[in-house]
Design a protein around this ligand. Structure first.
Ligand code: MF3
Ligand code: CO
Length: 255
């Protein structure tokens, strides 16, 4: 069942979303090539979430068969797709670093991610970043009442294919708001005109994961970090959005 939120509940998700946005913005701005570690980015987010009286939606998260997630955020570098555990890894000029933040505020959840260039990146990597951002925005445009979820999903893969990239198929976006992961799953591929009809009050985390090379991914020994099998680079862009009578509304951006 897809949980429909009232305008008042959407406002609360928006408040959580503002904290998420601030975390991502500050994490991105804090990056110093050859100096910052992934743990430094985690600390930036921890400070902001704590000051905002929020909580991490990720810390201790334990789907069946997984050990509890040990950090507040996910920080994934280059061939790491998602769920990288912040640690001592130093960020180097030319790296791509994906930051993923989920916040609980007053009982409501928001979730977003952004991939940042570390210093100057190659033209190839700049193109991959551009594709990822565009894919997210194109998918969001289809998140309108009366449309179908398959339209949103299809938009992501279509855009990736246009660039010659692939989408990750094993991991999906999701409903979000009263908990981190709600119905429906939102794959980064799909059939236009298929899937659930989108209704006013649905809140969705749409999260393209786009690979430069093949789509296959695997988990590292730590049980969490997902990497591309070919170890080529991947980017991740995510927003929490609400389907409203005025069209899609992004809940995890600035003013
Ligand atoms: N944004 C990711 C998701 O929606 C991160 C959650 S995994 C966690 O699935 F373990 F870090 F919580
Ligand atoms: Co998510």
């Amino acid at each position: 069942m897809i949980v429909i939120k009232t305008p008042n509940e959407i406002e609360k998700i928006r408040q959580a979303g503002k904290v998420v946005h601030l975390c991502l913005k500050s994490m991105g701005e804090s990056i110093v090539p050859e100096q910052s570690t992934t743990n430094d980015l985690e600390s930036v987010a921890m400070d902001i979430i704590t000051t905002s009286s929020g909580e991490s939606a990720f810390l201790g998260y334990a789907p069946y068969g997984y050990s509890p997630y040990p950090a507040w955020t996910c920080v994934s570098v280059n061939e790491e797709v998602v769920h990288g555990i912040p640690g001592k890894r130093v960020l180097h000029e030319g790296d791509l670093v994906s930051c993923d933040v989920g916040v609980i505020l007053n009982g409501f959840y928001a979730d977003a991610a952004w991939t940042f260039p570390v210093g100057d990146v190659s033209e190839a990597d700049a193109r991959l970043l551009k594709c990822g951002q565009e894919a997210l925005m194109k998918a969001i445009e289809f998140a309108k009442a009366g449309g179908r979820l398959g339209d949103v999903c299809h938009a992501v893969e279509k855009h990736a294919m246009r660039y010659g990239y692939t989408v990750v198929r094993e991991l999906v976006g999701h409903g979000v708001g009263k908990s981190l992961h709600e119905e429906p799953p939102i794959p980064n591929y799909g059939k236009p005109g298929m899937g659930p009809t989108l209704r006013e009050g649905m809140t969705l985390a749409i999260e393209p994961m786009i690979n430069e090379g093949h789509s296959a991914v695997e988990a590292l020994e730590d049980g969490w970090t997902i990497v591309t099998r070919d170890r080529k680079r991947s980017v991740h862009f995510e927003h929490t959005i609400a389907v409203t009578r005025n069209g899609p509304r992004i809940l995890t951006e600035g003013e």
